[in-house]
Design a protein around this ligand. Structure first.
Ligand code: NAD
Length: 234
């Protein structure tokens, strides 16, 4: 039976592709300077260092490849209606073949104006192996920047994402610590009666919401998820 399957993914799904998560053992956020560099304050006050940090992440994503978990989700589109709501700023879901991806925190593959990142006239794709340079004009005279949500900036699109989660027949959360708000609140919108799964090698405390835990990495966990989906569709 064709189901409406919604995924909420975070940095953990891309960690087996070699992109570090923000928290955890090798997490980027263990370095306080990096936390600062991902803020709007750094964009305006330390622009050169900010751009170097963004360019480094863009190059890392460019060099990475989707893994079996991204591929599994893309493949599900053959049988189901699939929506991916991701906190990730990489493009590995798209490169794996997913066609319906919502980026809550923006995309490193895009650039925009520093004066107004939502102004569609200045949002465009830019290959991730091409560095953004100090002085690059976004088109409105402002510094060109990555089209991602920085600390201190507003997350848009939450209402639409919440509606999508509400309508899901099956909801799956992969590789997120659920500590970044407002994205983390999405788990509360899933219908109480639908099957809900969380794939993460480390426990995240949401047991009371009726989620079934698959305590493994993303690439291993999707194999268990496949068995669960077979069972649901039987
Ligand atoms: P997070 O770094 O806070 O948490 C990562 C989670 O992934 C942890 O719970 C960890 O246990 C789990 N994890 C680690 N390895 C895993 C694996 N192999 N398989 C499955 N899960 C694994 O990440 P977050 O919750 O997504 O929130 C952090 C913010 O960082 C997000 O806003 C996101 O935009 C951003 N971010 C994005 C990327 C990316 O685009 N790839 C990378 C780093 C951070």
């Amino acid at each position: 039976m064709r189901q409406d399957i919604v995924f909420l993914t975070g940095a953990g799904i891309s960690s087996e592709s070699g992109i570090p998560t923000f928290r955890g053992k090798d997490g980027l956020w263990n370095d306080e300077r990096k936390v600062y560099l991902a803020s709007s304050e750094a964009l305006y006050n330390d622009t050169s260092e900010f751009l170097a940090f963004m360019n480094d992440m863009r190059q890392r994503v460019f060099d990475a490849a989707p893994n079996a978990a991204h591929a599994f989700i893309a493949d599900l589109e053959k049988q189901h209606q699939v929506t991916v709501i991701t906190q990730n700023i990489d493009d590995l879901h798209e490169r794996a073949g997913s066609t319906n991806v919502i980026h809550l925190h923006g995309e490193l593959a895009r650039v925009c104006s520093s004066d107004n990142r939502h102004d569609a006239r200045y949002i465009r794709e830019m290959p991730m192996n091409v560095p953004i340079r100090l002085g690059d004009d976004a088109g409105d005279g402002s510094q060109l920047r990555s089209h991602v949500t920085l600390f201190g900036e507003y997350v848009s699109g939450m209402q639409d994402a919440a509606e999508i989660v509400k309508d899901a027949d099956i909801f799956v959360v992969i590789g997120t610590s659920l500590t970044v708000h407002p994205a983390a609140e999405l788990i509360r919108y899933a219908h109480p009666d639908v099957p809900k799964f969380i794939i993460n090698p480390n426990e995240v405390d949401i047991a009371s919401l009726g989620y079934k835990y698959i305590l493994s990495t993303a690439t291993e966990g999707v194999k268990t998820l496949q068995e669960e989906l077979n069972h649901i569709n039987r």
